[in-house]
Every structure is written in structure tokens, then in C-alpha cells.
Ligand binder design. Structure first.
Ligand SMILES: [Zn+2]
Length: 308
């Protein structure tokens, strides 16, 4: 607010990051046809999404942007979709898709990892950032509470759904089966008694809207692997969580080369193009959070962790 950012300026700032990597600005129609703010005169579906209408380069975002940090990162996520659309637009329609669903969800999140305090200072959005190890750890913990705590949830949504589809979970135990998985993977229980008169999985947008969910689990692994690869391409050798590829042409070229492949090659080839690796590797995520992990080991010394 102080810096006079509004929804449009937030999107322009995120766009500028992609442009700094060698990609084109968004088309003029993006600014005319996107929905960036919640309309006052009608109800809309505010769940953020990105579009290439009719595969014609008519790129758009639909999002009810609030002027705050979380939404700033979500804008990078959505523009990641639009820039993937932009980069593979020259391919035949069948190949105009992500290398797999997880790739499409992971591109913008990869860029969001480069939105570091040093980057925010560089673009003048944050003043007075000092490189304090304690604040650094706090930021890592804040991010981990979102990104790492998400992983078991990201896994269980489709596990529940696939059990429904293949009949292992009959209609009579839809809700009980959901909470079994919530307990098994997340270690959480409902705050009030639940029964089969309730349908808690339906409260998740992607279940109600029939959107596959494993893509987000995969994206949360891949984004760190992409980030590590791009930081290496940029010649960066410091702690992974402090790396920003902003303005780096070499990293941009790696990313663009992968985006341009769309779905024209197997995903392992696309992964190889950006990282020189052919298999998914959660090791990059561990690298990223290594300082936090070491601190937590210290804090939890002698404690019993888990819920079995
Ligand atoms: Zn998305």
C-alpha cells in the first residue's frame, strides 16, 4: 500500500520478471480482457486461473487480487501458465500443453522462489532489508509451513479420489476414507465428530470441480528442481533459498528452451533440457530447506516426532 501498488502494478511487476528472463511482454489484450479485481457489481468465481482462449494468444488471468504478499506470489504462479502458453504457441495444437500437468503448475512457482528479499529490495519494493540469519530462518519456516506441509495433503486428494474411482472406497465410506488418509498422511483429525452424512472432500475446490490434483504434488517437487537447475545455469553457488534468477539471461534461456517443447517430447526429456536430469528429485527441496532442517533437528532433539 505504502509503495502505491495496486492489482495492476503487482501483475506488471511479475510480468517484468518473466521479461527480464528474455520473454515477451504480455499482449495488450491481456490488460483489457483479464479480471484482476473483484467486481463490486456481481458475483464471480474468485479461484485464480490463467487462460489462453482458443489457443490464439489471447492470454488472460482471472483473479480477485488483494494487495498483499501471498497474492503477489500467486500472480507469479498464474503468469507461469500464461508464459508456458506463450512459449509453446507455435507448436501444433496437440502439443500445446505442459510436459505433464505438474510442469504447468510448477513454472510460476519456480519463479516465485526467486522472489527473495534481496530481489524485493532490488526492485524497490522493500526498504532496509538486512541479511539477518534469524530473519532468514523465519522466512524459510514460513515458506515451509506452506510448501512442505502441503505435500501430504497434495498426495492424499487423488489417492482418495482414485480409491473412489476403482471401487476400493464405496459410497458408504466416502467421508470415513477421507479422514483415514488425513490422519495417515497429515496426522490431523476432525475438530468435531463426522459421519457419512458429511462430505468433507467436496469442500476442496478441485474435488467439486473435477480437477486432477497430483499435478500440484508433482509441481511442488519439480519447482525446487527447476529452481536449482536455473540457479546453476546462472552460475549461482550460494544457499539455494537465497538465489534469485531475476534478469539472468543464461537461466532464462534454459527455462525458455524447456517451455518451448510444450508436450512435444516426453516429460523426462523436458526435465533434461532444463536440468540435465531425467528423474524427479526431491533432493532439491531438501537442499532448499537444509538450514531450516538443521535448526529443527536441534530444536527437536530428544523429542518424539510423529503420530502413530
Ligand atoms: Zn495453476
Amino acid at each position: 500500500m505504502q509503495k502505491k501498488y495496486d492489482a495492476k502494478k503487482m501483475v506488471e511487476t511479475a510480468e517484468h520478471f518473466f521479461v527480464s528472463l528474455g520473454m515477451s511482454p504480455l499482449p495488450q489484450t491481456f490488460w483489457q480482457r483479464s479480471l484482476l479485481e473483484k467486481p463490486r457489481d456481481r458475483e464471480v468465481e474468485c479461484h485464480a486461473s490463467a487462460w489462453d482462449l482458443g489457443m490464439t494468444g489471447d492470454l488472460r488471468v482471472k483473479m480477485c487480487i488483494r494487495v498483499e504478499g501471498d497474492d503477489f506470489l500467486t500472480i507469479h504462479h498464474e503468469l507461469g501458465h500464461d508464459y508456458y502458453f506463450q512459449q509453446y504457441a507455435a507448436l501444433p495444437p496437440l502439443f500445446q500443453s505442459g510436459a505433464n500437468d505438474g510442469f504447468h503448475e510448477g513454472i510460476g512457482d519456480t519463479i516465485a522462489l526467486s522472489v527473495t528479499p534481496a530481489y524485493l529490495k532490488q526492485i524497490g519494493l522493500v526498504d532496509g532489508f538486512v541479511d539477518d540469519p534469524k530473519a532468514d530462518l523465519n522466512r524459510l519456516l514460513q515458506r515451509a509451513l506452506d510448501a512442505v506441509a502441503f505435500l501430504p495433503f497434495g498426495k492424499l486428494i487423488d489417492e482418495w479420489r482414485w480409491r473412489v474411482f476403482d471401487g476400493r472406497t464405496p459410497p458408504a465410506s466416502y467421508n470415513a476414507s477421507y479422514w483415514e488418509l488425513r490422519k495417515k498422511y497429515q496426522g490431523i483429525a476432525p475438530p468435531v465428530p463426522r459421519s457419512e452424512a458429511d462430505f468433507d472432500p467436496g469442500a476442496k475446490y478441485h474435488v467439486a470441480a473435477n480437477v486432477p490434483y497430483t499435478r500440484y504434488f508433482i509441481a511442488r517437487i519439480l519447482q525446487y528442481q527447476f529452481h536449482r537447475a536455473l540457479c546453476r545455469a546462472a552460475g549461482y553457488a550460494g544457499p539455494l533459498h537465497q538465489c534469485s534468477i531475476y534478469g539472468n539471461a543464461a537461466a532464462g534461456q534454459k527455462l525458455i528452451a524447456m517451455l518451448k517443447l510444450g508436450a512435444s517430447k516426453p516429460w523426462a526429456d523436458a526435465l533434461f533440457t532444463i536440468s540435465g536430469e531425467r528423474t524427479m528429485d526431491a533432493g532439491a527441496l531438501l537442499d532448499y530447506y537444509a538450514p531450516l532442517s538443521a535448526w529443527l533437528d536441534e530444536q527437536n532433539r530428544g523429542e518424539r516426532c510423529g503420530w502413530d
